[in-house]
Every structure is written in C-alpha cells, then in structure tokens.
Design a protein around this ligand. Structure first.
Ligand SMILES: [Zn+2]
Length: 256
C-alpha cells in the first residue's frame, strides 16, 4: 500500500475520529477499482490496482478537503485471463455486490457522491450496472471513470504501437510514472497478438467472448518496449487535470 504524507484524506491512513472530523468537509468518496490479473511478462499482478490507487491518491490531494479516498478493490472481473497462472477473478455478480456494499457503507457515514476510479477494462460492464443501481437503490450519485479513457486524444498523439489496451506501451508508460515497481523493466516484450484476431478488430467492432490466450500468446498487446516515463507523465497529469475539473463540477452539482 502506498504511504501518503501530503495532505489528503486517505481512509487507510486514518483513525475514526479523524474520519469524523474529515466528514465535515468531504463531499465525495473516491473508490479505486483494479484487478489481480496477468500483464504479460511486462508487469506484475498489481498493475491495474496500482494505477487506479495512485491516480485516486493524487486526486485526493488535489481535491482536499472534499474527497475521501478508500482502499482499492484489488480483485476485479478477470475471467478472460484465468488461463494465465496467478490470475484471481471475481464473478461479475460478486464484484457488483462488493461495490454495492462499499457504497452502502459509505452512505451510512453521510457520503452522497461517489466516484469509482477504474484501472481495469474487464470491470467496465459491471461498473455501468453499479452506478445505476447505486442511484436507484441507495439514492446517491455515483459515477465511474477510466483515467486512460479521458486522455485517448493524448495517447493517440504519443503512442507508437499500432494497437494498445493491455500490458502495452500506454499502460506500462503510466506505470513507469505512477508506480514503477510494478513494471518488469528487464523483461519487457512486444505483445504477440494473433493476426486473425487483429484483422477482425480492424474490420468490425464485434466483441467475441474469448480467453486472453486466444488473443495474444504472451498475454500483452502493443509494444511495451516503447514505454516511457515521459509519455506516462503527460498521460497521467492530463488525466488528473481533467478528472479534477470533472469531479469538482460533480460535487457542486446536484444533478448530472
Ligand atoms: Zn491492466
């Protein structure tokens, strides 16, 4: 777990009297969602969780004293990676119920707005269901966002690989900037995606149910050997700027 020294409300560093005091100014909870899944030879099982957590911590600092950052949800929906040794997955319904319980708990402390900071693509369909259920069942505003998705334009400007998306040039660059200990710098490899899969993706936006080893032999996409700290820095800092502005609006608006 990342240790934090700068000002910010981080639940994992606080006592309950400190939380009670913080709740006088807190308007939103930030919940990082990650995964425990393979990232090719390029990264550790912590990659998605570390990215989500480190982004949330930095947002917590920028939004102080209005944001409370919770510990990350370290397990996500990763069934498609299960054939790679080490991957641990929750079933989608389990993941949804875990997030619903987290939201309910936060609502008991008076939190009325919640943003999931998501680091793992496999969580997305479940997060879409969760934010709507939180609204309808708990009556509180919830949103989810992928820090990578809010900077697609920046990524397209800088990326050299023809395809990205997992354990790739973009993801490993973000890791080099945010949490370099999850990058296996001496083992970086280009993704070995199967040509027929790439050809289908290029032609039509069809989604097949596939195991990840049916897509890429080494578990990676793109070319992580091109990853750089500088690319990671510009992608992450731009994402932080955009997300800070968005969350500021989210917490002052009653409707969205
Ligand atoms: Zn990842």
């Amino acid at each position: 777990m990342s240790q934090t020294n700068d000002r910010g409300f981080y639940l994992f560093d606080m006592s309950w009297p400190e939380v009670q005091e913080a709740l006088k100014t807190v308007k939103v909870a930030l919940v990082p969602t990650g995964s425990t899944e393979q990232h090719g030879p390029n990264g550790t099982f912590e990659v998605d969780t570390a990215r989500a957590r480190e982004i949330a911590i930095r947002l917590g600092k920028r939004l102080y004293p209005h944001a409370l950052v919770t510990p990350p949800v370290q397990f996500g929906v990763s069934g498609h990676h299960i054939r790679f040794p080490g991957t641990i997955t929750l079933r989608p319904n389990t993941f949804i119920e875990v997030l619903m319980d987290i939201a309910w708990s936060l609502s008991q402390h008076g939190i009325r707005k919640l943003v999931f900071i998501n680091g793992h693509g496999g969580n997305r369909p479940s997060l879409s269901i969760v934010v709507n259920r939180i609204k309808y069942e708990l009556g509180i505003d919830a949103a989810w966002v992928s820090p990578t998705s809010v900077v697609q334009d920046i990524i397209e400007q800088h990326v050299e690989s023809p395809i990205i998306g997992h354990a790739c040039e973009s993801e490993m660059s973000q890791c080099l900037y945010l949490w370099p200990q999850c990058v296996k710098q001496d083992a970086l490899e280009k993704g070995t995606i199967y040509p027929h899969v790439y050809e289908t993706w290029r032609r039509l936006p069809v989604e097949h149910g596939r195991y990840w080893d049916e897509i890429t032999q080494n578990g990676a996409l793109g070319d992580a050997t091109k990853a750089s700290y500088e690319f990671g820095k510009i992608a992450v800092e731009t994402a932080l700027d955009r997300l800070t502005e968005y969350i500021r609006e989210f917490i002052i608006k009653d409707k969205d």
